[in-house]
Design a protein around this ligand. Structure first.
Ligand SMILES: NC(=O)c1ccc[n+]([C@@H]2O[C@H](COP(=O)([O-])OP(=O)(O)OC[C@H]3O[C@@H](n4cnc5c(N)ncnc54)[C@H](OP(=O)(O)O)[C@@H]3O)[C@@H](O)[C@H]2O)c1
Length: 239
């Protein structure tokens, strides 16, 4: 997908990886980027002041908000489903309300936004849907069961969309980062990649036509384990 000259929309663009994806899409030559957030006032003034950036309200769990965004951003060619939440908890003891929140945001929300934008992307084809998933969509880690399950569902939906959109000139890309140094993992003692690096590699992967992107060193290594030995990755991540 040619990022140069594209018109992109990023969900959850007010902070973390989403904010850096906006920067790197612009650096890669996107002619316009919709920086969307639940609260549009939370998008950094330095970003919203850029004439190539349009700030829009978008809550991925709210159908009317998603529909309004799809109407307002009818020129989009690259949809980046980045918004996400993480509730901690194990399979046996985790709070099911948190599991449900993760599912409604990370899986159903991603699908809700994708469905709303498929007519837009079809009208403006060629286009792309870029889903920010995670390495632990492919094999879970302890203590994040609801999150891993929601991302595994989002991974499966990514594959379904890829098959269903095959004939519409819309690429469907999955990015599978390892840990990233953002609010989401604040307080978790683990190796984390800088969000700038992850965002740059995701945008570069999209521009290079990659369908699956491993956007940091940890996910590149673990991804090659997964591709050769899925159960090996499961054992590795289970500790
Ligand atoms: N951090 C990691 O280690 C890591 C690793 C792999 C993949 N990821 C994925 O990377 C993506 C970005 O995460 P991050 O690390 O940047 O986390 P973050 O710093 O916690 O940011 C999460 C973003 O998602 C937005 N969001 C949450 N619920 C939303 C909703 N209902 N509608 C719209 N936006 C919503 C947040 O907006 P508010 O400010 O309104 O809450 C925020 O902009 C997520 O999909 C995450 O699962 C993260």
């Amino acid at each position: 997908m040619n990022v140069k000259g594209s018109i992109a929309l990023v969900t959850g663009a007010n902070r973390g990886l989403g904010a850096r994806l906006v920067d790197h899409l612009l650096d890669a030559g996107a002619s316009k980027v919709y920086a969307t957030a639940r609260d549009p006032r939370s998008v950094a003034p330095t970003v919203s002041a850029d004439p190539r950036v349009s700030v829009l309200a978008l809550d991925v769990t709210d159908q009317s908000s998603v529909d309004a965004a799809a109407k307002a951003a009818a020129d989009v060619t690259v949809l980046v489903n980045n918004a996400g939440v993480l509730g901690f908890g194990s399979a046996l003891e985790g709070d099911l309300d948190l599991f449900q929140r993760d599912a409604l945001t990370n899986y159903v929300g991603l699908l809700r936004v994708s469905r709303a934008f498929v007519p837009v992307l079809t009208a403006n084809a060629p286009g792309a849907i870029v889903n920010v998933l995670t390495l632990i969509a492919l094999a879970p880690v302890a203590g994040m069961t609801g999150y891993c399950a929601s991302k595994a569902a989002a991974h499966s939906v990514t594959q379904s969309l890829r098959a269903e959109l095959r004939d519409r000139d819309i690429e469907v890309v999955g990015a599978y980062p390892g840990g990233i140094d953002t609010d989401m993992l604040a307080g978790v003692d683990a190796d984390k990649a800088a969000p700038e690096v992850v965002a740059e590699r995701i945008v570069a992967g999209v521009a290079a036509g990659q369908t699956v992107i491993w956007p940091d060193d940890a996910s590149t290594g673990a991804g090659s384990v997964y591709l050769g030995d899925p159960l090996g990755l499961e054992r590795m991540l289970a500790g």
